[in-house]
Design a binder for this molecule. Sequence first.
Ligand SMILES: C[S@@+](CC[C@H](N)C(=O)[O-])C[C@H]1O[C@@H](n2cnc3c(N)ncnc32)[C@H](O)[C@@H]1O
Length: 296
Amino acid sequence: MSIKEHPPLHVPVLLESVLQLLDPKLGENYLDLTAGYGGHADAILGITTNYAESVLVDRDECAIRTLERFSTQGARLVHTDFLAAARQLVSQGTQFSLILIDLGVSSPQLDIASRGFSFTHDGPLDMRMDHRNQLTAERLVNTLRRDELVRIISEYGEEPAGVARRYVDAIISARPLHTTGELRDVILGAHVGRWQRTHPATRTFQGLRIAVNDELRQVEQVLPLMTQLLRPGGRVGVISFHSLEDRMVKRYFAEQSQAGYEAELQILTRKPIDGATYDVHNPRARSAKLRVAVKK
Ligand SMILES: C[S@@+](CC[C@H](N)C(=O)[O-])C[C@H]1O[C@@H](n2cnc3c(N)ncnc32)[C@H](O)[C@@H]1O
């Protein structure tokens, strides 16, 4: 299924809160480090109208193709991971009034079976956001040692270690696995007890996706670049979808705002803005948390 035949539906999460806290103004320039399908970018650039000095980054080629509407208006599109993009912008000395990082996967990534992110749409065990990378979920599932898989599912997936070990034993006995449906069924077979809201495979899929895309290292290393990329008075917002990422954002903002006169940032969200309260109609926002800070 091509994105062209089926235009993706991606509703930007916490859009109202993002606009309220980032508070874009006419003429300000914007850096979107996870531009995706351009929902936040549409709203922000619609206010600032400064396309020419704005940069939209995504590592997903399908996303970049749908962002071409912005480049025709003068914005720069960068098809790479946000750590590489941010490093390059820092080395060029470019600074922005507005920066947004909306982490995680987009609805089209989840909904298109061939991307291999979803246990509800059977597809190849892929999970790569950037197809130029070699590492797939299939390779991890079929080649890693037991302790390595347990670590991915318990640390990145935040599954209790005992449960992770049970799932991994089942995976190892069933190898080789090739599809998301096969992996889901192996986990369902190893699951003990009843389940309600969260499907038993959710955390395993989260862990594998994080490992395939090296997501935590990307976030950990990009955050310290924010102060260099912001103009004085500039605002940065980060939307995260699980506690591992939110913890990093919270720690980074705290470190940067607690250095007395040396402090570079002022936090605008003492408590994170959570999607379950502030974006109730968007199912994707259920676990979203937004933190925003301003550069002094
Ligand atoms: C939640 S979606 C963003 C949606 C976007 N804010 C919108 O309104 O359409 C996350 C996007 O970030 C991209 N992404 C995730 N991690 C990335 C990284 N490390 N570098 C670049 N892009 C990344 C994904 O490919 C995906 O398109």
